[in-house]
Design a protein around this ligand. Structure first.
Ligand code: TYM
Length: 333
């Protein structure tokens, strides 16, 4: 059966290896399977839940689009668009907000992390952010949503909202209940400086992440400086317990090569990290540097990127508009 795929990435700059291995690499694989219908969204409405610089936001929308294409998503096969161009996302979000209990949102751990200590100052948008995400997904009768581990709870919420809407309005199967596609291994890439912290765009230290726009030399330097421990690489997975930095680097290596961690341990077991890091830099720069070069080339071609986004928005709008009309009818408008 063909899968309907939807996923989104925020245009907040500094797209990194975590975004790539946790999400974008999977988007490319799904895009390459002719059975699938894929939609990839630059979620600019989500981006403004925290303050953005206007010019920077415009650039980041284009850069995220360029990153999708440079990574291998084919805009002739998949729909690529930015969320604010399709009105149904915001409209759907409002309707879904009105039938989602606050209790469900109060459980969202990402809001707690992002709002930090001073919750009172966080925007209302940040609080209801997962409902906009549900609207994104449900408008397209999505069956599968490829994301990194950190989005798992938001996907659960989307499923709950879909089921509640169908039940409240006596419209069985109106919203498809989507399945998350989260890779079993390596779906949470950690900071290069602290193996217990997620690799993140907002980390103040640029050495904590590999950006998708990094050059070969920058990648080599960051891997050289990445935190490890003083023990050699073990032969068994069980011996990686309580060694988060080692686990992360070995996971990155395995994920880039699409191989099991076990195999990586057979290759490197007993060796020290300095040797492993040379190999890791090599495979990482072979993978990321060409993407980085292509992003830098594409970003200069504004007209091309804007055309992709416009064509994508027209196609997405047609689908989403039909669905929002049905939603409004069901609700009683
Ligand atoms: P965002 O923009 O924070 O991240 C984009 C994607 O990258 C994944 N990711 C990671 N994966 C592994 N390790 C990491 N360190 C790491 N950091 C980020 C995220 O899991 C995500 O898949 N709410 C979403 C965007 C969104 C969305 C949607 C996703 C809006 N609407 C509808 C799916 C469907 C977000 O903020 O992702």
């Amino acid at each position: 059966m063909s899968k309907k795929i939807f996923s989104g990435v925020q245009p907040t700059g500094n797209l990194h290896l975590g975004n790539y291995l946790g999400a974008i690499k999977n988007f490319v694989e799904l895009n390459n399977d002719d059975e699938n219908e894929c939609i990839f969204c630059v979620v600019d409405l989500h981006a403004i839940t925290v303050k953005q610089d206007k010019e920077q936001l415009k650039n980041n929308i284009r850069e995220t689009t360029a990153t999708f294409i440079a990574s291998g998503i084919d805009p002739n096969k998949s729909i690529i668009f930015n969320q604010s161009k399709v009105h149904a996302h915001a409209e759907g979000s409002w309707i879904l907000s009105c039938m989602s209990p606050m209790g469900w949102l109060n459980r969202m751990t990402q809001f707690k992390e992002k709002a930090g200590k001073d919750k009172e100052k966080a925007s209302v948008g940040l609080y209801i952010y997962p409902i906009l995400m549900a609207s994104d997904i449900l408008l397209y009768d999505t069956t599968h949503v490829p994301v990194g581990e950190d989005q798992k709870q938001h996907l659960e919420l989307t499923r709950n909202i879909a089921q509640k809407f169908n039940k409240d309005f006596n419209s069985e199967d109106f919203f498809k209940v989507p399945e998350p596609l989260i890779k079993k291994n390596f779906s949470r890439i950690m900071s290069l400086k602290d193996g217990l912290k997620k690799m993140s765009k907002s980390d103040f230290s640029d050495l904590s992440r590999i950006n998708l726009t990094d050059t070969k030399d920058e990648i080599i330097n960051k891997i050289k400086k990445a935190k490890t421990d003083s023990f050699p690489i073990p032969n068994e997975e069980s011996e990686l317990k309580d060694r988060p930095e080692a686990t992360n680097l070995l996971g990155i290596y395995s994920s880039i090569l699409n191989q099991k961690l076990e195999k990586t341990l057979v290759e490197f077991g007993g060796k020290n990290f300095s040797e492993f890091k040379i190999q890791l830099s090599e495979i990482l720069s072979n993978k990321i540097a060409p993407i980085s070069d292509e992003i830098k080339r594409l970003i200069k071609d504004r007209e091309y990127l804007d055309r992709i986004l416009l064509e994508g928005a027209n196609k997405a709008d047609e689908i989403a508009n039909k669905k929002i009309k049905e939603i409004k009818k069901i609700v009683g408008f």
